[in-house]
Structures are given as structure tokens and as C-alpha cells.
Design a protein around this ligand. Structure first.
Ligand SMILES: Nc1nc2c(ncn2[C@@H]2O[C@H](COP(=O)(O)OP(=O)(O)OP(=O)(O)O)[C@@H](O)[C@H]2O)c(=O)[nH]1
Ligand SMILES: [Mg+2]
Ligand SMILES: [Zn+2]
Length: 317
């Protein structure tokens, strides 16, 4: 008899699986044929077989989506989670400092993965009004990405900028399997423990003097939070979008894509200073114009990166 289970933790050869029908968590190994064709990850649905007291994963159920990162050294995609209904892009507004470019990259990925995203501005209890947070939020809202301003440390804190609060975020998560992504130290693990209606224990470490996180979470792990599940993930060290081709990049910038479709030039590099380009002069609404301008600048930065000759090719030539 085959038993349906969800992977909560995936190690090299050992997988922590939850069998909902029996309300228990078991450790399982995987059949060689399954491992050969797939890298099993947190969030995967699998079929188990029981032999004596041992469980073995004998089948992987087709994924609805894959969350991956690029392993730069191996130049390979590494799937880190699967079957996510939502991506939480978490950022801190104090330490580590807010980095627009990093959030833009995560947003680009979420469009590539075809999984809806929200951005959480965490550590609002420490916000010093040192950047225009309202503009940043409008920038993502213009992309259809909902923003929340919260403090994982003081969840009851009222919001200041009229965006979603901690309670709104909890509501949004009901019945989802969500992955939380972001740099080390932004408070991903702390957010999960605060969001959960059950007791959850995850390690969070203090931010060092440098203002950076200490890479406390070292592997992806799914956590039951009562009415929803969240996959905690390790903070990123480097962020490569190298697998995306220059031609397809615009598809993952839906706000720019709409405008670019009206551009009259073929193979246009798109620039607000090129007469005749759809981006020329910016939007008629000055507020939207600033947003589009800064998004175009992010787009170009990434474009430059992915258009460059990859390092491994440079070496051999
Ligand atoms: N003041 C304040 N501190 C917070 C908040 N959320 C998290 N922190 C602190 O920030 C530090 C880092 O939090 P973590 O939860 O470990 O961050 P992380 O994103 O999981 O980091 P990695 O696991 O390294 O990727 C801890 O000392 C937390 O207590 C918040 O809303 N306000
Ligand atoms: Mg963590
Ligand atoms: Zn153009």
C-alpha cells in the first residue's frame, strides 16, 4: 500500500515526511530511481511504502512549481522547495539595510516561477524614516505585489503607512503553503515563529556589528503554523539570475513589459532618453514615472549582468 506524505525536511539521503492521514512524522529514505531523476525538497508530495518499521519514498508526485536558485560554481539550478502557493519576500527596514535591488531580483524570480509574491517590510519598530518607504511600497504595488509593514518582534504594533498589518498577513496565509525568502538577518525565522498560531521553535541570531545576518538557518524546512505551512529558507549569499536569457528577461518585469509592447523599435534597449522609445520621457503621471524609471534601471542592471560573457567562458577563451 502506498501512503501519501509531505516532505518537511530534505537531507541528502534522509527525508522527514509528514503523513497527514495518520497524523505522524516519519523519517524515510528514497528509492534510488526516485533520487536519480529528482532532487527531493521541502514541500514535495511523495508516496511512501512501509517495510517493517522503515519507510521508503517510492514516487514523487508532479510538482505545481519549483523554487530554485542558481548555483554559480556549478552553473546549475538547484531546486530548494516545491508546490508553493505564495512567496514571501522579506526585507528589513533597519539592519541589515533595505536593498531595493535584492527585492527586485526576488520579484523577478517570482514571476519566472509563476508564484504570486508579497513583500514584507519587517523590523518596522526600528524604522528611522531614512528612506522613502511609501515610494518603495508603491513600486511593488504597481507590479501587483501586495506589501505588509510589520514587526516580528512586536506583532501588535500598529502600521504607519496604511499597508497590510501583521493580522492581515496572517489572514493572507490561511490554507497556503508559503516560502519565505530574503537576505540573512531580515527576520525570516522570527517572522515564522511570530506568525504561527502554534508554538514553533526556530533559531534566530542577533545581527552582528557589521549589520549583517549570521546565516543562522542553513537548510530549507517546512513548518506547520496551524492553519498554514511556511518553508523557512537560508538567507542568500549571492543572487545570480544567469539562467535567464536577455530576450526573456522583460517577461519577468510585467510592469515594463506592458510599456515595451508599445515601443516602435525592434530590439530596442529601452531608454527614457531615446526619442521614439515607449519609455521616452516617462509616464504622464509623475509618480508613476519615477517608479517606472527606477524599475527600468533595475532591469538594465540585470540585463547587463546576464548579457555579459559568463565567467567560465571568459576563462577558457
Ligand atoms: N527589532 C527587531 N528585530 C527583529 C525583528 N525581526 C527579527 N529581528 C531580529 O533580527 C535578528 C535576525 O532574525 P532571524 O529570524 O534570525 O533572521 P533570518 O532572516 O531568519 O536570518 P538567516 O536564518 O540567517 O537567513 C534576530 O536577532 C531577531 O530577533 C523585528 O521585527 N524587530
Ligand atoms: Mg533564519
Ligand atoms: Zn524602446
Amino acid at each position: 500500500m502506498k501512503i501519501l506524505a509531505h516532505i518537511y525536511e530534505a537531507h541528502k539521503k534522509e527525508f522527514l515526511c509528514k503523513i497527514y492521514s495518520e497524523n505522524k512524522t516519519v523519517s524515510a529514505c528514497a528509492k534510488r530511481t526516485v533520487l536519480k531523476s529528482n532532487q527531493l525538497v521541502a514541500g514535495d508530495k511523495v508516496l511512501l511504502e512501509k517495510n517493517g518499521n522503515e519507510y521508503q519514498i517510492v514516487d514523487l508526485i508532479d510538482r505545481t512549481n519549483e523554487i530554485f536558485r542558481m548555483n554559480i560554481r556549478e552553473r546549475k539550478k538547484r531546486v530548494t522547495a516545491a508546490n508553493c502557493d505564495l512567496v514571501i519576500i522579506a526585507t528589513s527596514v533597519s539592519r541589515p539595510p533595505y536593498k531595493r535591488g535584492v527585492i527586485d531580483r526576488f520579484a523577478t524570480r517570482s514571476f519566472q516561477w509563476d508564484v504570486p509574491a508579497v513583500v514584507i517590510f519587517n523590523k518596522m519598530d526600528e524604522f528611522q524614516d531614512d528612506f522613502d518607504i511609501d515610494f518603495e511600497m508603491r513600486r511593488f504595488e504597481n507590479l501587483g505585489i501586495e506589501c505588509f509593514e510589520v514587526s516580528a518582534k512586536y506583532p501588535e504594533n500598529p502600521t504607519r503607512f496604511g499597508r497590510g498589518s501583521f493580522k492581515d498577513l496572517q489572514k493572507k496565509l490561511v490554507n497556503t503553503q508559503t516560502i519565505i525568502l530574503g537576505q540573512s538577518g531580515v527576520g525570516k525565522s522570527k517572522l515564522i515563529t511570530s506568525l504561527s498560531d502554534m508554538e514553533v521553535i526556530l533559531v534566530s541570531n542577533e545581527i552582528g556589528r557589521s549589520g549583517k545576518g549570521s546565516h543562522t538557518t542553513t537548510w530549507s524546512e517546512m513548518i506547520d503554523c496551524g492553519t498554514f505551512r511556511i518553508i523557512d529558507s537560508p538567507g542568500i549569499r549571492s543572487f545570480s539570475l544567469d539562467d535567464i536569457s536577455p530576450e526573456e528577461l522583460i517577461n519577468f518585469f510585467p510592469d515594463l513589459l506592458t510599456i515595451s509592447l508599445t515601443c516602435q523599435f525592434n530590439n530596442c534597449q529601452h531608454d527614457s532618453s531615446t526619442k521614439g522609445c515607449a519609455f521616452y520621457g516617462g509616464d504622464t503621471d509623475p509618480q508613476t514615472a519615477d517608479i517606472i524609471k527606477s524599475r527600468l534601471s533595475s532591469y538594465k542592471k540585470i540585463m547587463e549582468e546576464i548579457s555579459g560573457t559568463p565567467a567560465w567562458q571568459k576563462k577558457s577563451s
